[in-house]
Design a protein around this ligand. Structure first.
Ligand code: PGA
Length: 237
């Protein structure tokens, strides 16, 4: 794993530069998207670069990692809504080329990996990391050969995410998520982590053993992963 450490704004710019390099070489690239607080700085950079004409998303296709079960795209806490309002609405992408797992018709999860493959496979997947080591919503114990599936969320994950809802009771209990295998199939992966709450799990991910107890540690087996950390998230390395 390549590890790059800097301020929050530095790592957002450096990660964005990786997108510029990809999109200049491959304008029809397939991008894997993520939600959460972590990629917001990166998405702001991508919007800026698009407005400046440095990159275009006209021929880009996207596939997001996950979606809450029971929320449709108009719900302001759905991940479809997050992607539209934080990225897609502000760039020149064709909405028809953007994909987020269907949180209502969950039987469609079985088709998601096939859709990714039919689009040519993901060139660059962005990931955050949960304090329990999850990537996407692949919680500890998720099998390494898992593809897109429905998961029950850990109580801790629901508590962490309850900050976006009025109360924890409103946080969905289940989600649809790409599996570990789906993620590992991406040709390149960027994982970003920001803040001291991530320092311990970042150390385990990079310096600990590869184990399904820490799903992100499995990325050690991937040939092209770049980890972007702010100084706080990198503090224990
Ligand atoms: P965060 O979420 O970016 O909001 O910290 C990361 C995750 O849970 O994967």
């Amino acid at each position: 794993m390549k590890v790059i450490i800097g301020s929050e704004s530095e790592i957002a710019k450096k990660a964005a530069a990786q997108y510029v390099k990809l999109l200049v070489n491959k304008p029809g690239a397939v991008l894997g998207g993520a939600t959460g607080s972590t990629p917001l700085g990166l998405y702001a950079q991508l919007v800026k670069l698009n407005k400046e004409g440095v990159i275009s998303f006209k021929d880009v296709k996207t596939f997001n990692l996950d979606e809450y079960v029971g929320l449709d795209g108009s719900h302001d806490q759905s991940y479809r809504y997050f992607m539209n309002t934080n990225l897609f609405d502000h760039i020149d992408i064709d909405p028809a080329n953007t994909h987020v797992p269907d949180g209502i018709n969950t039987e469609k999860a079985a088709e998601y990996d096939g859709m990714i493959e039919a689009a040519g496979g993901i060139d660059l997947q962005i990931l955050g990391i949960g304090v329990d080591g999850h990537i996407g919503f692949d919680e500890p114990g998720t099998p390494i050969d898992s593809i897109t599936h429905v998961v029950e969320l850990e109580q801790n994950t629901r508590e962490v995410n309850s900050r976006f809802f009025r109360s924890i009771d409103e946080v969905p209990t289940h989600a649809v998520t790409m599996g570990i295998k789906t993620i590992m199939n991406a040709r390149s992966i960027i994982l970003m982590a920001i803040g001291k709450s991530k320092a311990e799990i970042v150390k385990k991910m990079i310096q600990g053993p590869v184990t399904t107890d820490v799903p992100a540690s499995i990325l050690q087996l991937h040939p092209d992963v770049t980890v972007y950390l702010d100084d706080e998230a990198a503090a224990l390395l």
